[in-house]
Design a protein around this ligand. Structure first.
Ligand code: HEC
Length: 120
């Protein structure tokens, strides 16, 4: 009985471990894609963003150590899904904000948010 449970657990781990590896691989790919997108959308013309080429803008807040922040734009709780929404449509979250909507798709915003949250 105990043996059978152990065997089942072992079988489960042979399925779950590669799945977890695959998931963390997908997350890492998102982070890398996000870094490239931040450069492509030229977020760095206004923001300094560590690790993103040509991101030395001083118009808006630097985005370094993003994962340590409590709020987005001083108002919105800093969670990855809210950050993605902010990147798509800042005015929808903070009416009157001066951050422009940059025409970013939700999928691209998700990847950018993943990159920003990788900054410690
Ligand atoms: C034209 C300048 C400009 C560009 C380009 C720009 N932003 Fe911003 N961004 C701002 C301003 C201004 C604020 C401050 C808004 C506020 O506090 O209400 C801001 C705020 C932010 C914040 C919150 C910062 C904080 O400290 O809370 C994030 C995150 C952010 N922008 C991400 C991006 C991303 C990602 C892009 C590219 C898709 C981008 N921004 C492009 C001007 C810009």
């Amino acid at each position: 009985m105990l043996l059978r449970a152990r065997m089942a657990a072992m079988r489960l781990s042979t399925v779950v471990a590669p799945l977890l590896a695959l998931l963390s691989c997908a997350a890492a790919a998102d982070v890398e894609r996000g870094r490239a997108l931040l450069a492509q959308y030229q977020c760095g013309s206004c923001h300094a963003i560590p690790g993103v080429p040509a991101s030395r803008g001083t118009v808006a807040q630097p985005l370094g150590a993003w994962s340590q922040r409590s709020y987005i734009a001083g108002h919105v709780p800093n969670r990855v899904e809210l950050l993605a929404r902010w990147i798509v449509a800042p005015q929808a979250l903070v009416p009157g904000t001066t951050m422009p909507a940059m025409g970013v798709s939700p999928a691209d915003a998700q990847a950018m948010a993943a990159y920003l949250f990788s900054l410690e």
